[in-house]
Design a protein around this ligand. Sequence first.
Ligand SMILES: Cc1cc2nc3c(=O)[nH]c(=O)nc-3n(C[C@H](O)[C@H](O)[C@H](O)COP(=O)(O)OP(=O)(O)OC[C@H]3O[C@@H](n4cnc5c(N)ncnc54)[C@H](O)[C@@H]3O)c2cc1C
Length: 388
Amino acid sequence: MSIFENTEIAFADRSTQQLNKAYWMFKSIENPALTNVGISILNFTIKNNFPFVKGIVKSTLFEQFCGGETREESIAVVNKMWKSHVGSIFDYAIEGKADEKTFDEVYHEILDIIKFSKGKEAIPFVVFKPTAFGRIEIFEKVGKKEQLSADETAEWQRVVDRFDGVCKLCHEYKIKLMIDAEDYCMQDAADDLADEMMEKYNKDFPIVWNTMQMYRTGRIEYMEAHLKRAREKGYVIGYKIVRGAYMEKERERAAQMGYPSPIQPTKQASDDNYNAAVEFVMQHPDIISAFFGSHNETSMELIMNKMKAAGLPNNTPHVFFGQLYGMSDNITYYLAKQGYNVAKYLPYGPVKDVVPYLTRRAQENTSVAGQTGRELALIARELKRRKK
Ligand SMILES: Cc1cc2nc3c(=O)[nH]c(=O)nc-3n(C[C@H](O)[C@H](O)[C@H](O)COP(=O)(O)OP(=O)(O)OC[C@H]3O[C@@H](n4cnc5c(N)ncnc54)[C@H](O)[C@@H]3O)c2cc1C
């Protein structure tokens, strides 16, 4: 039996009524064909403002995977999780338009989250997505070192200013800031910018944390070169280590554009690369801090063992674990109980705006991806235990 099987710990925060609801929700998204039909209906009805649909979504998918429609509404979830020493990372989950007005709105929302999180132990990180601050195409052009027009130069400067604005405020408040990783085509420019921010704001404490997707080839080499640069220039590194979320899209794009796929050839190769990143981080605790974002139990156990071997205490400020809200509570709550630093991404936003996020979670949780069976078995076991 895995160390993460204790359902009494995993679901300590969930009432029996909530568990029953979660059971039926996971059960109904178990079938991929039905889920896809459901998603099409959901997108249509939400787009056309069918009022009763919002209510249904809010009390099912939304309640399972989101904290609330606003930060204030989500704070009840933050406080509840913190009672079990599980932190929250507010994730502004709306997927809006890629225009300057929207970038500015999101930028100000992130600044507000930073102010809101100041001094709150229950919120150990703030996070943002690079493409929430600028068009993907401009990141791509900058990454390829292509010549920019005068307008594009000004546009890129606005992206840089937004990055700098959030990093600067986090530095002032001593709040850790994570930058999500996205598509391969824009990641070079995002990495360079993240590194520039680390050099500026991570002089003695990891304020800025960039994300490494280990399903990509060449990431260990990037980290080795980065470590060398950080030592030379005198700053510390913060990384979020994940496997990566855009595998199919990346492979398709590479095939379409005729370049070699940037993704590891097999799941095993991604797993091995993830393990190599764990090893790498553990070898340099003096300079690298890491947040391991994963729902993979084997990875989590490996990290725990490596921490022990490296002589790091469970609550070292250099290592965090993280899962998404509504998923893998068995991992999160077990780690918290053992005194590790652990936090969940807590998405929030108006119901209709977080639908794309929710549909992705539903798709990822169909039986094909495998997560649902696991969640269902754990919930069923806990419900049975409570009946005894
Ligand atoms: C807190 C948190 C933050 C996250 N932030 C980001 C982020 O900023 N950017 C981002 O891209 N993702 C992010 N993710 C998602 C993450 O990258 C994974 O998609 C997701 O967590 C599933 O991987 P896993 O390690 O949990 O589990 P597993 O189920 O063990 O791994 C699934 C992953 O393995 C890889 N994989 C599967 N099949 C193959 C194959 N045939 N060949 C090669 N590789 C394969 C893929 O990356 C797939 O997502 C985040 C996840 C969490 C929990």
